[in-house]
Design a protein around this ligand. Structure first.
Ligand SMILES: C[S@@+](CC[C@H](N)C(=O)[O-])C[C@H]1O[C@@H](n2cnc3c(N)ncnc32)[C@H](O)[C@@H]1O
Length: 314
C-alpha cells in the first residue's frame, strides 16, 4: 500500500478532549485502551503520562496491531496485545495489575480505516469482498454467513442488531438472490438490500441498518461489550475511570444500563433499612452522556453518532 492510500485510511479520534478529561490521567498511572484502532486516543494518553506511566492497548484487528507495534517501538511505556477486549481481565491479571488500572477507554465499533478500505468488506458505497470481520484472519466472513444462514436467522439478525423493520422482506430477497448467484461482494449485497427495502430514511442509505446488523452479529459486538464492562469492575483501581464511546443506540443502551446498575448497587428488598455499604455500589457516574460539539462535527462528521459515558470505580 503506498503512502497516499494509507493516508486515506486514517482515523480521527472522536471526543478526544473529552476522553482525556474523563480519564483524569495521572502521570504515573496505568491505562488501558481496549480499542487501539490507529492509536489516536492512545498517543494523546501517552502525551499526558509521565516516564513511569503505562498504557496497554488491545485490538482484534491485525492492521491495528501493526500500527500498535510501530508505536511500541517508539514508546516503551506502551504495549499492545492482539485479541478481543474480552481478554481484558486475563491480560491485566497476567501482568499483576488487577485492581490497579487507573483508566479504561473503550471507543467501540469499527474504525475509519476498516470502513473506508473496501478490501475489508464493510462498505456499501465502495465495492469489496463481503467480509466485515474486525479480525479478518479468524471466524466467519459475511459472504460465508450469507451463503449458509437460514432466512429466519437473517431476518432476526437484521431486526435484533439493525432494528430493521423490513428485515423479513430483505432476508427473503437475499435468499432468493443467492439461489441465482453467490453473493460475494459488498455492492452486490447492498443492491439486493436496497431493492428490497421500501423505506427511505433521511440521510441513510437503505442498506445502512442491514450492514450494521450483520457486522454487529458477526463480530459478536454486543456480547463482547457486556463482557468487558463486567470485567472492568475487577481491573479498575478505586478512583479508576471507565470511559465508553458508543456509536449506536444498542451499544449505548448497554453502557448506560451497566453504569446505572453499578451506581445503584444490589437490588435489596425495599422495606429493609440498609446501609450504603450493603448496597455494594461499584461505580459512581461522572457527568451526563457527552456528545460532540459543533466544532468537532464540522471537521469529523463521524463524531455525529458518538456518545461518551464516564464512570468512576468506588
Ligand atoms: C472506533 S475504533 C478505535 C479508534 C481509536 N480510538 C483511535 O483513536 O484510533 C474501534 C477499534 O476497536 C477494535 N475493536 C472493536 N471491538 C473490539 C473487541 N471486541 N475487541 C478488540 N478490539 C475491538 C476495532 O478493531 C477498531 O480497531
Amino acid at each position: 500500500m503506498n503512502k497516499a492510500t494509507e493516508k486515506n485510511f486514517e482515523h480521527a479520534p472522536v471526543l478526544l478532549v473529552e476522553v482525556l478529561e474523563a480519564l483524569n490521567i495521572k502521570p504515573d498511572g496505568v491505562y488501558v485502551d481496549g480499542t487501539f484502532g490507529r492509536g489516536g486516543h492512545a498517543r494523546a494518553i501517552l502525551e499526558k503520562l509521565g516516564p513511569t506511566g503505562q498504557l496497554i492497548g488491545l485490538d482484534k484487528d491485525p492492521q491495528a496491531i501493526k500500527a500498535g507495534e510501530a508505536l511500541v517501538k517508539q514508546d516503551e511505556r506502551f504495549s499492545i496485545e492482539r485479541g478481543s477486549f474480552t481478554m481484558l481481565q486475563t491480560v491485566i491479571r497476567n501482568r499483576g495489575l488487577e485492581g490497579r488500572v487507573d483508566g479504561l477507554l473503550l471507543d467501540l465499533g469499527v474504525s475509519s480505516p476498516q470502513l473506508d478500505d473496501p478490501s475489508r468488506g464493510f462498505s456499501f458505497i465502495n465495492d469489496g469482498p463481503l467480509d466485515m470481520r474486525m479480525d479478518n484472519e479468524n471466524g466467519l466472513s459475511a459472504a460465508k454467513w450469507i451463503a449458509s444462514a437460514r432466512e429466519r436467522e437473517i431476518s432476526q439478525v437484521l431486526f435484533d442488531f439493525g432494528e430493521e423493520r423490513y428485515g423479513k422482506r430483505i432476508a427473503r430477497a437475499i435468499c432468493r438472490a443467492r439461489e441465482e448467484q453467490e453473493i460475494t461482494t459488498t455492492l452486490q449485497l447492498a443492491k439486493i438490500i436496497s431493492d428490497a427495502n421500501p423505506s427511505h430514511e433521511k440521510h441513510k442509505h437503505p442498506a445502512t441498518r442491514s450492514f450494521q446488523a450483520i457486522r454487529i452479529f458477526l463480530n459478536k459486538e454486543l456480547d463482547e461489550v457486556s463482557s468487558v464492562l463486567e470485567q472492568s469492575m475487577s481491573v479498575l483501581a478505586k478512583g479508576g475511570r471507565l470511559a465508553v464511546i458508543s456509536f449506536h443506540s444498542l451499544e449505548d443502551r448497554i453502557a448506560k444500563r451497566f453504569i446505572r446498575k453499578q451506581v445503584k448497587g444490589d437490588d435489596l428488598p425495599r422495606h429493609l433499612p440498609v446501609t450504603v455499604d450493603a448496597l455494594n455500589q461499584k461505580f459512581k457516574s461522572i457527568g451526563k452522556a457527552i456528545r460532540a460539539g459543533e466544532e468537532e462535527l464540522s471537521v469529523n462528521p463521524r463524531a455525529r453518532s458518538a456518545t461518551l459515558r464516564v464512570a468512576e470505580k468506588l
